[in-house]
Design a protein. Structure first.
Lengths: 483, 628
């Protein structure tokens, strides 16, 4: 009955304890909760039968009975990959803080735990109100994480981020309130499955979808709502940035998957506009990333660019797009976490975020450079890494929609290679600094990189079981008339 | 032995070699590293021989597992096809590959990246095997991108040098332009035929008799753009000369014998489609002719020994492309094989020269090396004559066949290629005479240290020299009354008629090419034999300037593509993000702020006002959105 809720309860409890635990215990408590959630998640996944019980481990409570508002979380096919990503990245990000000279206080780990709980809730939410609750709930700990532990210009950056996101959230809230009243009779405890059966008038669909889309476009971000992103990333505390960039950036596109089956007609009507818009972001982000000299900004724009492709794939409303979108979320999450972590390793050692300040580390750190390279390969979508499979599906469905758009969006293959190899070469290649000035990888750093590197390769060779889940999420399309 | 076991034995040794040397190589002695590295392709070669003896003539597909499933019938298996075409490629890749591995032991002996080098080389062989064995387009694509990756790693092998890094990135990015087209071609193939494996695509397409179906034109052209990237055809060839930054064995293996011929292989593999689209064939033919001519003329004026060979490779790939264009797929493969022999030989010979001269690559500072490097001299002579097309060396037969095939289809192609052949003989003799004849023009100190290569390098050279001489036996022309072995072997995989011409024409061709080659030989030795290439004249003619500057193609790309894109990137950041978007978001706020200056005191904290401004701004966006 409460099996799904337990996945929220574990990090939440540990977060609450962490706030009051000492500075010594909190990191390990947080790590333990991350590992526990990961294993608990794997346990749930192992006994999850997507064919028999699409929606499993339901936890549903009556929240405001007069308005038929329920708190409802559960485990379904669409949620599996994002949940896996969340458990992995939160654990790795906690591990990433466990380095020499770590002076983060207990509250930091408490906030990480709250973020974790909120993210788990978000991906497992089974109705719009619960979805909205967790959508906003993630905002608060992240707001404080950046504000308390970020860089010198954090106030401005956080402010910008907060305004954007809150605005998007408000639009979504309005839409959800409308939905709630409009569909009151049709809401049930059966989760999204029943929810999608609602028929919405086209005139409502337009407005509601616009509200949702803008909220998600801001959150992801998609062009042209992206300008908060690089500023925020540049200021954020880097281990927590792993969570922000790898998992939180997926909330928007995940929301698109959750709601697109309700707005099928509206999306079909606007596809011709929205997909190119997303793809403009792909090229825009790639071009800007290519011209940056700040590692974090390169990665921020890279993330913006890749997510545009995911959104475009999802908006094609094709089976491939949903499968590829979900898988690409996982792939991008792993790569982004890995890249931001490598950036963290480099910045902590060299004290600079600028490319000019770092060079020739391959001689001194062959292992670091090898891990870094594998992660870069996945980020540029080389076959036999997981990045390829996701990108392949996304471009595939875009090509079936309009081949020339696949050519345009596929420019990310070329530009992505250009800017990520530039980043790699500038830091790893070239003249090496004096021997001994660069401290080797610590054990915890090694673990983070090994886990990400191995997963990238293994999922590249054997993606089928993971990517296949997407088609179960897609079956809701069948309730609805095709184009 | 069952096919699956054979496949495993072919495919995995190089990957294992990569993993062992890549992970543990640092802690192993050099002899062990080189033993593992050389055994890996040798094992694959042996297994290929087993495959040849057991499976020849029958196409065998081995499915390992399902990689992923797209929509409908497009199931992408991790599966492999051993047929006669892939077998030929297997022998080239593992055979020449093994020789080059052995050669590298001597060549890279002093390098501190010894184990890294061999790890990359093994990884390259693995991806190349994936490429030639893949039974569907996606596995082939995986190998295709993988070899590009290894090419990147090996071009930039000496990564301290920023120029080399640039060359590596250039190669990778230019290849990726082709790869994007390749990828879209895969999608369109799946879309039109519903299939992804070669066998299924073939079955669907062979039902089609309609020529120039627009969908097929699009697909075949897109594939050809991919080929232009990988096989260095105009307009995507400029990465290959720069790729010479890598160690010379890399140039021999990747940038001459195997990887750059992957495009030729791809079209031969998809020949059933190209037979249906004469339009594309014409495009390929024109591109091939232009490539052959442009690269050959550039090679006339180059002074870097490796660059000459690189442009020569580009030019020869143009020859192969023309052969594909006129439907002589087997001829293209024939030239691919002989080219692999003699070009690998030439590169390795050049490597031996560079090694002997301690890194000198400029032929203006060479000369007279025949006295000190007898073996190298001998094998290079064989290689030079083979590529020039002197009968009865291997290059003669394959090039002759391409010329014949071109002649019977399009006289324009024939003339272009004949001209390019003459240029080929010219630049090769020029290089050869400058390097080995006359007096040494470098520093005396260098001359004293000139030495012949060690046996580990000489051995592979000799084997390749023998192959370059005898390779022609694979495909004797019809006029000799002998059977064309390669044709007979490949016909089960590639349906095509045998290339032939009238006896009179053939004999005329032989006679003329013999006379021209010998004449050029004499002229070149007179001109360059004693004093090497002349210094550029002070007032070069326009044509000379074009050649010396490689037709300014790199500069044109830089001006027309790279710089505008860079500017766009900067502009988008400064003007786009901070200028337009942020200003639009803040604009309503600013208006309210200035307009309501007097009422400012009424406003509470900044947060809410900003919230309001942004809300209004985004509402504007929203409205715009809905209007559209």
């Amino acid at each position: 009955m409460y099996l799904a809720a337990l996945l929220i309860a574990i990090p939440l409890t540990s977060a609450l304890i962490a706030f009051f635990a000492g500075k010594r215990i909190a990191p390990y408590l947080s790590l333990a909760s991350g590992v526990a959630s990961l294993f608990y998640f794997l346990l749930l996944m192992g006994s999850y039968d997507v064919v028999k019980n699409y929606l499993s481990y339901n936890t549903s409570l009556s929240w405001i009975p007069e308005m038929r508002i329920f708190f409802h979380v559960g485990f379904d096919a669409a949620a599996v990959l994002p949940l896996l990503l969340t458990q992995l990245i939160v654990t790795l990000s906690t591990l990433a803080t466990l380095v020499r000279g770590n002076d983060r206080n207990a509250a930091y780990y408490g906030l990480i735990g709250l973020t974790h709980a909120a993210l788990n809730g978000f991906f497992m939410a089974q109705n719009p109100v619960t979805f909205y609750l967790f959508f906003e709930a993630t905002l608060i700990p992240v707001y404080f994480l950046v504000l308390q532990y970020g860089g010198p210009d954090r106030r401005k950056a956080v402010f910008k981020f907060f305004l954007y996101t809150v605005f998007g959230g408000l639009l979504m809230l309005a839409a959800i309130v409308f939905l709630q009243f409009h569909m009151r009779e049709h809401l049930s405890l059966a989760g999204w499955d029943d929810f999608y059966k609602n028929k919405l008038d086209l005139k409502y669909q337009y407005w509601l979808f616009a509200a949702f889309f803008i909220a998600f476009a801001i959150k992801t971000p998609l062009f042209p709502f992206h300008t908060w992103q690089a500023d925020l990333y540049a200021q954020a505390d880097r281990p927590s940035l792993m969570i922000i960039a790898a998992v939180m950036s997926k909330m928007g596109v995940f929301g698109l998957i959750r709601f697109d089956f309700l707005f099928v007609e509206a999306i079909y009507r606007w596809q011709y506009l929205l997909i190119p818009l997303c793809l403009i972001g792909v090229v825009y982000g790639a071009l800007v990333a290519w011209r940056q000299n700040d590692m974090i900004r390169i990665l921020a724009y890279s993330s913006f660019s890749h997510l545009g492709l995911i959104a475009a794939g999802i908006l094609t409303m094709a089976n491939l797009g949903i499968q590829g979108g979900l898988f690409a979320m996982l792939a991008h999450g792993l790569a982004a976490a890995g890249l931001f972590f490598v950036a963290d390793v480099l910045i902590r050692r060299t004290g600079t975020t600028q490319l000019d300040g770092i060079s020739g580390l391959a001689h001194l750190q062959p292992r670091l450079s090898a891990y870094f390279f594998v992660i870069v390969l996945s980020a540029i979508g080389l076959p036999l890494t997981c990045g390829f499979v996701g990108e392949f599906y996304l471009l595939w469905c875009i090509a079936e929609y309009k081949p020339y758009l696949a050519m345009f969006g596929g420019l990310t293959l070329i530009l992505g290679a250009a800017y990520l190899l530039r980043l790699y070469q500038k830091t790893m290649f070239g003249k090496s600094p004096e021997q001994g000035t660069f401290q080797g990888l610590s054990l915890s750093e090694d673990y983070v990189l090994i886990v990400i590197g191995l997963l990238v390769i293994v999922l590249g060779f054997f993606p089928i079981h993971w990517i296949g889940l997407g088609q179960y999420a897609f079956r809701f399309m069948n309730h609805l008339p095709a184009n | 032995m069952n096919p699956e076991l054979i496949l495993h034995l072919i495919l995995w040794p190089p990957l294992a070699g990569f993993l062992i040397n890549g992970i543990l190589g640092n802690h192993m002695p050099k002899w062990l590293v080189s033993a593992i590295a050389c055994c890996a392709p040798l094992l694959s070669f042996t297994a290929s021989a087993v495959a040849f003896s057991q499976l020849a003539g029958q196409a065998t597909t081995v499915k390992l597992y399902t990689w992923f499933v797209g929509e409908g019938s497009a199931i992408v298996d991790f599966s492999f096809l051993i047929d006669n075409l892939s077998m030929v490629m297997l022998f080239v890749v593992t055979g020449v590959g093994t020789l080059i591995h052995v050669y590298s032991i001597g060549y890279m002996a002093e390098d501190r990246g010894f184990h890294r080098f061999f790890a990359y080389l093994n990884l390259f062989v693995f991806f190349m095997l994936l490429l030639v064995l893949g039974s569907n387009l996606v596995v082939l694509f995986a190998g295709w991108e993988g070899v590009g990756l290894c090419s990147f790693l090996l071009i930039g092998f000496w990564y301290d040098n920023l120029e080399y890094n640039k060359a590596a990135t250039k190669a990778f990015v230019m290849n990726r332009i082709g790869d994007l087209a390749f990828l879209v071609a895969i999608f369109l193939t799946i879309y039109t035929t519903g299939a992804v494996s070669f066998a299924d695509v073939h079955d669907t397409m062979s039902n089609d008799v309609q020529l120039n179906d627009p969908a097929y034109i699009a697909i075949s052209l897109l594939f050809f753009i991919g080929v232009c990237g990988k096989s260095a055809q105009i307009p995507l060839f400029t990465w290959l000369p720069d790729a010479m930054a890598g160690p010379t064995p890399v140039s021999a293996l990747i940038h001459a014998a195997t990887m750059v011929t992957a495009g030729i292989y791809l079209i031969a593999r998809m020949h059933f489609m190209y037979d249906l689209v004469p339009v594309t064939q014409l495009v390929i033919g024109i591109t091939g002719c232009l490539t052959a001519l442009v690269a050959a003329t550039i090679a006339l004026k180059q002074n870097d020994i490796k660059k000459i060979l690189a442009y020569s490779t580009v030019s020869q790939l143009g020859f192969m492309a023309v052969a594909l264009a006129v439907g002589a797929y087997i001829t293209a493969i024939f030239h691919l094989v002989t080219h692999a022999f003699f070009k690998a030989l030439l590169f390795l010979g050049a490597g031996s020269v560079i090694h002997g001269l301690h890194g000198e690559q400029d032929i203006r500072r060479m000369g007279g090396l025949r006295k000190k490097m007898r073996w190298t001299y001998g094998v290079m002579l064989v290689g030079t004559l083979a590529i020039a097309g002197l009968p009865p060396l291997s290059g003669f037969f394959s090039k002759d066949e391409i010329l014949m095939a071109a002649h019977s289809h399009n006289i324009g192609f024939f003339i272009a290629l004949a001209l390019a052949s003459a240029f080929t003989a010219w630049y090769m003799f020029r290089m050869f005479a400058s390097v080995f004849h006359g007096a040494f023009r470098g520093k005396d100190a260098t001359w004293d240290h000139v030495h012949e290569a060690p046996w580990s390098m000489r051995g592979p050279l000799v084997v390749l020299a023998v192959l370059s001489v005898a390779g022609g036996l694979l495909g004797l022309p019809a006029v000799t009354g002998q059977s064309h072995r390669l044709y007979k072997f490949l016909v089960p995989s590639i349906v095509q008629g045998r290339v032939s011409a009238s006896h009179a024409f053939e004999f005329a061709l032989w006679g003329i090419s013999l006379v021209v080659i010998l004449a050029l030989l004499v002229i070149c030795f007179k001109r360059y034999g004693s004093s090497g290439p002349s210094e550029p004249s002070v007032t070069p003619s326009l044509f000379e300037r074009l050649l010396v500057n490689k037709y300014f193609i790199d500069e044109i790309y830089e001006r027309l593509l790279v710089r505008p894109l860079k500017m766009a990137g900067s502009w988008l950041m400064h003007r786009g993000d901070y200028g337009i978007i942020d200003r639009v978001v803040h604009f309503p706020g600013k208006v309210v702020e200035s307009g309501a200056f007097a009422l400012r005191n009424l406003q509470d904290g900044r947060l809410s006002s900003y919230l309001l401004y942004s809300a209004v701004a985004l509402l504007v966006f929203l409205t715009l959105f809905l209007i559209f």
